[in-house]
Design a protein around this ligand. Structure first.
Ligand SMILES: [Zn+2]
Length: 444
């Protein structure tokens, strides 16, 4: 065993070759030692599709005013693109495309169209910045949906893409149900459209069947075949939508589709908040510098309200318990250094940490911290320990609210000044007695 290198690098210990090497900061033993040049973990773009994929959510109906409100809220977060429902879908969809394109947002505006000349022409006239063209290539879609063969699909794609490019717009070409399409078919059509200068090719896991390893392999293979950008779209039927997005970026994808709260067809796609949480954990600086994270909660509330759902209790970042710490051991460590049990810093997302103390798993360090917050400076560690024992005893009957705990601490503090604190605790047998104390305190 060689001795550990000196603490401050190469200045000392010239006889040791290791000492001459620059020291690398150790972030995690699981992080790759050297950056992967193919990975776009630190350089990705978000295509926010709440106003397209999200409109396919069972409960979704957005009128023009609501679409504009959502578009502006997403623009404030700093998403790179907004994708809108095809103007070919309905008269109102056409007008909404025009209205949102005219808002002058920082985000580029895209609309999602079938690989048809008529759809493309209609979309170009709305003033959008780019078109996301899509066609199904899986054997299921070819047999049971549009019934076209690969030669037809390739010719059509080249015709439509060339036309859009000639009009000076950005264009993406995506297949649908890519993971159940023939790999040779897929790669040949992507190669063909890359050759004529498409801006992006898209992979879509339309049925949510892919897993991260399959995603990594397909994107890596595609990366070696095309030179354009690669966009990925993942459905969440089996819970892999965020992990698949991450694997895609690691393999060289450049753009990820999201929607607010993940809403979309069936149970939806990669959620915007969840993706940002994942990417923050991977490259905090990139995410913090590029996106306005405290705005995530606002847009989630707007969308949840509009589609009549509640934000799930276990939602990334904004779920009501996302930053609540309960077990005594966790609470103690969190109070010493939050990073011990937090990979996401709540304040970076405009959220606050909460240490839950009124339950039987509580610990005296958390109670002591509450004593300090209440500025009951006469109370010592010994007092915190005695009160904690009482909380545990009472919380075996039912959990105490923070108000219950505060009332008990205030009364204990007053009783201590009179030397009656032990007697005070002995006289409390049930949590309801604290509730009674709160009533009398309120009357006084
Ligand atoms: Zn979709």
């Amino acid at each position: 065993m060689s001795p550990p290198p000196p603490a401050n690098g190469s200045q000392q210990g010239g006889s040791n070759n290791n000492a001459d090497r620059p020291r690398e900061p150790i972030v995690s033993p699981y992080m790759p030692k050297y950056p992967d040049p193919m990975s776009n973990i630190s350089n990705f773009k978000i295509i926010e599709s709440t106003l397209r994929e999200g409109e396919q959510f069972a409960n979704a109906f957005f009128d023009t005013e609501k679409k504009i409100e959502i578009a502006k809220a997403l623009d404030e977060i700093g998403v790179d693109y907004l994708e809108l429902t095809s103007p070919a879908a309905s008269e109102q969809s056409l007008n909404d495309c025009k209205a949102i394109s005219n808002l002058g947002l920082k985000a580029k505006i895209l609309t999602h169209v079938r690989c048809h000349m008529n759809d493309a022409k209609l979309a170009i006239d709305t003033g959008v910045d780019g078109l996301d063209v899509v066609i199904g290539t899986s054997s299921y879609l070819r047999e049971f949906s549009h019934g076209k063969d690969m030669d037809y699909i390739t010719d059509k794609a080249i015709e439509v893409i060339s036309y859009i490019k000639d009009q000076g717009l950005e264009v993406r070409f995506s297949t649908e149900d890519s993971f159940r399409s023939d790999l040779v078919d897929l790669l040949s059509i992507y190669k063909a459209v890359d050759k004529i200068g498409v801006n992006r090719v898209g992979i879509a896991d339309t049925v949510g069947c892919a897993n991260p390893r399959q995603v990594y392999e397909l994107v890596r293979t595609l990366r070696s075949v095309v030179s354009c950008d690669i966009e990925c779209h993942f459905h969440n039927d089996t819970g892999c939508a965020i992990a698949n997005a991450y694997a895609a970026l690691e393999a060289g994808a450049t753009h990820i589709d999201t929607s607010v709260l993940g809403i979309g067809e069936r149970n939806g796609i990669t959620p915007l908040g969840g993706l940002l949480a994942r990417m923050y954990a991977a490259d905090k600086e990139y995410v913090l510098n590029k996106y306005n994270l405290p705005k995530i909660r606002d847009v989630e509330n707007i969308v949840a309200d509009a589609v009549e759902v509640t934000v799930p209790f276990n939602n990334y970042i904004t779920g009501y318990c996302a930053f609540t710490h309960k077990a005594g051991i966790h609470a103690k460590a969190i109070l010493n250094n939050p990073s011990t049990y937090e990979i996401l810093k709540p304040e970076d997302f405009g959220m606050s940490r909460y240490v839950s103390i009124g339950h039987r798993l509580t610990g005296w360090n958390a109670v002591k911290n509450r004593i300090e917050q209440l500025q009951l400076t006469d109370l010592k560690d010994e007092d915190a320990k005695i009160v904690t024992q009482k909380i545990k005893e009472l919380a075996d009957i039912r959990p105490l609210s923070l108000d219950d705990v505060d009332t008990m601490l205030h009364h204990y503090h007053s009783a201590k000044n009179e030397g009656a604190h032990k007697h005070f605790l002995d006289n409390i047998g049930t949590p309801d007695q604290i509730a009674e104390m709160m009533k009398t305190t309120a009357i006084q």
